[in-house]
Design a protein around this ligand. Sequence first.
Ligand SMILES: Cc1cc2nc3c(=O)[nH]c(=O)nc-3n(C[C@H](O)[C@H](O)[C@H](O)COP(=O)(O)OP(=O)(O)OC[C@H]3O[C@@H](n4cnc5c(N)ncnc54)[C@H](O)[C@@H]3O)c2cc1C
Length: 467
Amino acid sequence: MYIEDLRIQVSGHVIAEGEAGFTAAREGFVWNGRKPEATPRVIVQATTVADVQAAVRYAAANGYQASARSSGHNWSGIALQDGVAIDLSALNTVTIDRLKRIAEVGPAAKNLALAIALTAEGLAFPVGHCGDVAMGGYLLGGGFGWNEGTWGPACHLIEKAEVVLADGSVVMVSANDHSDIFWALRGAGPLFFGIVTRYWLRLMPLPPAMAVTTWTYPLARVAEVTASMKRLANVLPSFAEASLSFAAAPPAADMGDAKFATVILTVYGGSMTEITGLARNVGDLVPEGAVVHTPTTPITFAALYGIVDQSFPDGGRYGVDCVWSEDADATFAGLARMVAEAPSVQSNAICVIYGRNSALHRGLPDAALSVIGSVCGIMHGTWTLPEDDAQNLVWLRAGMDALDPVTKGRYVGHADLARPGRIDACYSAEARIRIASLAATYDPQGVFGNHTVRDAAAQGSVALAAE
Ligand SMILES: Cc1cc2nc3c(=O)[nH]c(=O)nc-3n(C[C@H](O)[C@H](O)[C@H](O)COP(=O)(O)OP(=O)(O)OC[C@H]3O[C@@H](n4cnc5c(N)ncnc54)[C@H](O)[C@@H]3O)c2cc1C
């Protein structure tokens, strides 16, 4: 199949390497300011499912790999591969059936857009914590989002999905149709052996009230704060999330480079009265002497994004890794130490304990998303200059290595996938074998399956620019 045939079949854009617009399309493929080295032969900006099918057939016919991009937010930039890079950005529609409580969404529909559309209908979904991330990669990895303690991982609210397979055919997958592909769709992430072109998502009623309360301490008090997080994990209801952030104060606070530990209580409740009462009780369980306490403030999903997205500016250079653990003391102390010693003052960490009332504490339904811990720690290395890449990556990787003794696995959405073995740590051994076996069945030629991470696991290295 020649590229001219592809151009005729595709209603979107086909940009071959060296053509006008190629460099910009390649740069834009990955959101992280730190771009991977991969250079596709062709970038297909798809506008229809038929475009995706044509691009996959073209890749298969020419022995190229095909990789999809929904919003390019994977921290390791793995959506960009050599071969045929398929940009799904235009497949971003959101259609809501309020009576059936189902949303039909394109893979490039973003958290913020979906949350706003659902709020208007009095509905909700466990959308992820940053507004600009698309459903495609988020759901494929598992999806840990707002009110996950009640709603669980987002991938388990997928009712059905439309998938383009390696031979260019389209299948509908659900618990009843192609249930093996449906199993993989919920967690295989970059190892998924197809391209999702549409999801049907089960929706939840919008919580009648939502509010945020925070308590901020000097980072040196991390041990006390961790002890209070453990107490909270035992008593908080599923609809109340306490997360712990380690970061410098925002520049507007004019507090220099000093680092702080902030307990963030987000509650999705029945009423503000209920939430205020709960926050008061939490106030009795966190350490005394907070340097800053923001009182309980009503909030919407859109406003939550306005706050969180400030920590992840466009154009920033990111190196991110994460752990699932059962040891909050060691994990939080290690991440706090990393933030204290970070070469960049912008770097920050977020920690959560899934308490005994959380849906995530009760384990995971059978799916490719197969590893979790009751303790989650994510380190966001964040800096601005290319010449600082090496120093920040050395810091990130040494700090995460120090947590190995208490690490029981990783989440594929946040793992440092350029590192050998990282992808394997994201699945149980059984699930990893099953994903590989399904990939061999549905994609024997290896058109998908993300060669970067597969080769990193096999060979032990992946080059990211300026490493
Ligand atoms: C700022 C920020 C905040 C985040 N917050 C959260 C969070 O709160 N919760 C959470 O769970 N995760 C979070 N993540 C992680 C994020 O969900 C994953 O990195 C996810 O892969 C990003 O989705 P994407 O569609 O942009 O993926 P991309 O970068 O576009 O692609 C990632 C991988 O998935 C494949 N892929 C993408 N779309 C498709 C598709 N439609 N069909 C088949 N394969 C596809 C790509 O080929 C690639 O291998 C966050 C990431 C960032 C950058």
